[in-house]
Design a protein around this ligand. Structure first.
Ligand code: ATP
Length: 235
């Protein structure tokens, strides 16, 4: 089955064409990377998939559900770990997770169980009674992943999940998301780190100026010399 299908997607913000006819497909089970310089349109595409922005033209589907006309069905299949830390700061983190699961229609007892499980998966269960603000930077990253996992998603979207984290934590996060993919979760990852894409992704799409420049395996890109990538990724 196709996990994500984007068809001639256009998004305009006033005079800015953030997406300019973006099309591609991600198959179920794939670990798919989206690369490109700042402003290429990666986050805009993600925002459309999760319903935070509406397309100007074209369409996008998640597991066959149109992300706009069939929003709830599509959204329930997606877990998003966003770039920005937009987390409720007033509750212990396990409550934040329970609320999130509850919002997605999970019954209270099951929500509590899933919250604990997600915190265990990312290795911060011992911090369950702590507020988000009191976590270290690395723990905040882990928590964002737990929040994405608490709805038991089939598609995990990771928007620059290791931006600004140290080498050790980056490796740990890589192992974690690789395991999730091995267990069957489809993953869409945006990154500026070519090493990250090489290490994790089966397929990468290079974007620039709201368009897909090409789709390839990380090995193919490297085989052609890194010049293209360095130019594309220099930002
Ligand atoms: P980065 O790697 O820096 O996160 P990106 O590839 O995710 O970049 P986007 O954030 O999708 O790129 O931005 C694509 C273009 O759309 C940019 O020119 C940006 O300024 C513009 N843009 C994004 N969101 C908005 C908005 N809410 N209003 C106006 N312009 C926007």
């Amino acid at each position: 089955m196709t996990a994500i299908r984007a068809d001639s997607l256009v998004k305009e913000y006033g005079d800015v064409r953030a997406l300019d006819g973006l099309s591609f497909e991600v198959e179920e089970g794939e670990f798919f990377g989206l690369l490109g310089p700042n402003g290429a349109g990666k986050t805009t595409f993600i925002n459309i998939l999760v319903g935070l922005a509406r397309s100007t033209a074209g369409s996008a589907e998640v597991f066959g559900h149109d992300v706009e006309s069939d929003y709830q069905q599509a959204r329930n299949r997606i877990g998003l770990a966003p770039q920005e830390f937009n987390v409720d700061r007033f509750f212990p983190i396990h409550e934040v997770l329970e609320h999130k699961a509850g919002y997605h229609g999970v019954a209270p007892e099951e929500a509590a169980r899933r919250a604990d499980e997600a915190l265990k998966t990312v290795g911060i269960y011992d911090k369950r009674d702590t507020r988000f603000d009191w976590l270290s930077g690395g723990m905040k990253r882990r928590f964002l992943l737990a929040r994405a996992l608490v709805t038991d998603p089939d598609l995990l979207i990771l928007d620059e999940p290791t931006a600004g984290v140290d080498v050790e934590l980056r490796r740990e996060l890589w192992e974690l998301v690789q395991q999730l993919n091995d267990d069957g979760t489809t993953i869409l990852l945006t990154t500026h780190y070519i090493e990250e894409a090489e290490r994790l992704c089966d397929t990468v799409a290079i974007m620039d100026a709201g368009r897909k420049v090409e789709v390839a395996s990380p090995d193919d890109l490297r085989g052609r010399g890194e010049d293209t990538l360095v130019v594309t990724l220099a930002s």
